[in-house]
Write a protein that binds this ligand. Sequence first.
Ligand code: ADP
Length: 443
Amino acid sequence: MLPISHINGPGAIPSGPFSFFFPDNVPTMNVLVLNAGSSSLKFQLIDTDLDMIAGNRDRRLARGVIERIGSQALISFENAAGNIVRTAQPIRDHRGAIDAALRWLVSDEAGIEGVSSLSAIHAVGHRVVHGGEKFTNSTLITPEVIKGIEECIALAPLHNPDNLRGIRAATEIFGPGIPQAVVFDTAFHQSMPEASYLYALPYQLYRRYKLRRYGFHGTSHRYIAYRYRTILGIPKSDVNVITIHLGNGCSATAVKGGRSLDTSMGLTPLEGLVMGTRSGDIDPAIIEYLMAMEGFGIEQVDALLNKQSGLLGISGLTNDMRELLAEEREHGDRRARLAIEIFVQRIKKYIGAYLAEMNGTDAIIFAGGIGENSAEIRSRICRDMGWCGLRLDEERNAKLVAGAEGEITADGSTLRAYVIPTDEELLIARDTVRLVERAELPR
Ligand code: ADP
């Protein structure tokens, strides 16, 4: 884990009991951000406020991961001082996981100033993967919202039920007195026009099943676009960029006028760029071919495309970009090189497509584990892009790693490139605070 530090600079607001108006009239809240997976729970406690343009006051107080829920769970907690606690204990379900996290958060061991009981947690923000067409924004949780998330289960059978488990467990623990919000991975992309989101399939399939492109990583793309306009001091309507999130999952978004115009992931996160273990775009006829030639059932094809493909599938070695780069560098491994080459080429294709679709753009922005840390991959993606005005400054590029933010193109480059470390949890915390305060969401 990266060390926790103040987000975007030193924190000015002390944590403490909730108050709508702190000394300088800035409301502040401790928001517990929860991301519930099938057998895991990730959380962060963020002290955040409504002041986002001056901003930079939010403080990450703690974070943690609980894995293997349902058996002997592996726990890793970290406080703002960077003290990490790793333990293992049996945890039955998500409720048990949240209980364990809360017990630690209020403990002397965590040592979080002002957080010694549950009452120091003022709101909960949940990440939910799929909001379908119903949710175009983050929203406070109500019984209708829960019903809406349930209705989206068919679209995300692997994720929404787990997210709901997290919401139900938090509701049991905190009771009705504490506001909870949901932030959807798909919501940012709901601004896509029909021409971007419809597949060229019989139209009645869209009518009948809402079969269409939804896009994911929306919170990340939205955060990056938001941060870009904050850095440049421009209005949302002037944000014309291609945001490229490269983590284990990878996606690119054409952001025009501050809104998602098109994105590379589709009905599910499988479409688009090459990822750690996902294929990204393929000819759909491959599925039938595999079923015929290998005798695969649909589950095996699904596992092959989602879990055994991408960087791992091509290299036969690993889904980890750092290791692939090391293999290529140290052993000249041919398939590691090939995996990287195909990964880079796919990204270039999408940049080209979005430049054409957007009628040109102002900047390309990299984020995610690979986008934020690998100057080498960024350099390969931006190579030979002088034709569209992008000239990388290799020195600037090499310097921006490990959470650093800034421009990587040379002065005078007409298409600029930036690295902006993403922070989905921060945006979830900010959305939650603003929903509770009935303020406008950051967009
Ligand atoms: P997730 O999508 O699970 O949140 P991350 O955003 O943390 O994942 O990204 C994980 C990817 O980032 C891995 O492929 C990892 O190898 C890669 N990565 C992290 N640091 C580096 C680095 N210094 N050089 C190249 N790749 C890196």
